[in-house]
Design a binder for this molecule. Structure first.
Ligand code: NAD
Ligand code: TYD
Length: 343
């Protein structure tokens, strides 16, 4: 039985990846770690409690002493999702981003090297490439030109991961994916924020002219790409992952409004985000030609199902909006204490 250490496992994509691993790899033992910052929610993983191949540890990836015993017990692969992930928060203050995304990644790399981990997969983002004009798409050879403190910290982490491969021969792979949507996404991000606001009868804040473009991918497709790359990619490789689904933010707003039976009077135009990247688009042909991957979930179906998931799971996001979810760990495990800047 191999052991996969999944960091950031209580977040949006991490928890969806744990679900995929447990469903599709019964021979894998999942060592899930998360610091449970404001974005980590143990309710995302509650269905696995009692599952013999799942173990959760509340650990900060910047804390080598807390991580050491986990590595000592034997880790075959690391998948690093743990990060501060919201651009707007990085504009408010960058230090938590530098700490977790840069220093935390280096801490994991050092431990992976010391303990002869077989593979280290870094979950990165298309945002490291910066912004595109109206034409073209990012390839893996595009220059790294991040715009926000968030994307700059992710770019720094990518360089450290690649350096660990080049300098020390650590078996690393980097995935760079476009914007994810799907169940369990924290309701500060565009789609879950708009959906939950509308369900609660509140307007949705659209930045600037609403014409910024993102490439959207269902989280399930992203997780399947990560698993394939984890198992099959060559050491040192980098893969773009995308949904082949460019939409403006106003397009997204209209889709959600219409699904929930509202009109555009529910849009609130607000001041633009500083340094707002205009357009992202991904060329993921390397992943298709090397490993045969392409996204499977059609956008209209994936979005409809996602909106319905939020409609049908109000207890999940309402406990987030009230802050009650932050006490979940303490109720379950009886350990007090505050982790993360926002708690
Ligand atoms: P998220 O904010 O939902 O989850 C991040 C998780 O990391 C949370 O559970 C949080 O508690 C945990 N965490 C934060 N700091 C930590 C620390 N110091 N130690 C341990 N755990 C810590 O984010 P997400 O959307 O699930 O993103 C996961 C990863 O995927 C990130 O690395 C992000 O950069 C990358 N990514 C996200 C997207 C997207 O559209 N959401 C797209 C491409 C790449
Ligand atoms: P977001 O979900 O924060 O992802 P990212 O900035 O990492 O792409 O935002 C997606 C797009 O939606 C981005 O162009 C900013 C815009 N946006 C809004 O218009 N209003 C909002 O309230 C938020 C959170 C985002």
């Amino acid at each position: 039985m191999s052991t996969v250490l999944v960091t950031g496992a209580a977040g949006f994509i991490g928890s969806n990846f744990v679900r995929l691993l447990i469903e599709q790899r019964p021979d894998v033992s999942v060592l899930a770690v998360d610091a449970l910052t404001y974005a980590g929610n143990l309710a995302n993983l509650s269905e696995f409690s009692g599952n013999e191949s799942f173990h959760f540890h509340r650990v900060d990836i910047c804390d080598p002493d807390a991580l050491h015993p986990l590595f000592e017990a034997g880790v075959d692969m690391v998948v690093n999702f743990a990060a501060e992930s919201h651009v707007d928060r990085s504009i408010q203050g960058a230090s938590a981003f530098v700490q977790t995304n840069v220093a935390g990644t280096q801490t994991l790399l050092d431990l992976a090297r010391q303990h002869n981990v077989g593979r280290f997969l870094q979950v990165s983002t298309d945002e490291v490439y910066g912004s595109l004009g109206p034409e073209g798409a990012f390839s893996e050879a595009s220059p790294i030109e991040p715009s926000s403190p968030y994307s700059a910290s992710k770019a720094a982490a990518d360089f450290l991961v690649f350096a660990a491969h080049k300098t020390f021969g650590l078996d690393t792979v980097i995935t760079r994916c476009s914007n994810n949507y799907g169940p369990y996404q924290f309701p500060e991000k565009l789609i879950p924020l708009f959906v939950t606001n509308l369900i609660a009868g509140e307007k949705v804040p659209l930045y600037g002219d609403g014409l910024n473009v993102r490439d959207w991918i269902h989280v399930q497709d992203h997780c399947e790409a990560i698993l394939l790359i984890l198992e099959k990619a060559a050491p040192g490789s980098i893969y773009n992952v995308g949904g082949d689904c460019e939409k403006t933010n106003i397009d997204i707003a209209r889709i959600i409004l219409s699904h929930l039976g509202h009109d555009e009077s529910m849009i609130r135009r607000v001041k633009d985000r500083p340094g707002h990247d205009r357009r992202y688009a991904m060329d993921f042909s390397r992943l298709t030609s090397d490993l045969g991957w392409r996204p499977r979930i059609e956008f209209a179906k994936g979005m409809g199902d996602t909106i319905d998931w939020f409609v049908n799971t109000p207890e999940w996001w309402k406990t987030i909006k009230t802050g009650e979810y932050l006490t979940y760990y303490d109720k379950q495990y009886g350990r007090g204490g505050v982790v993360g800047a926002d708690r």
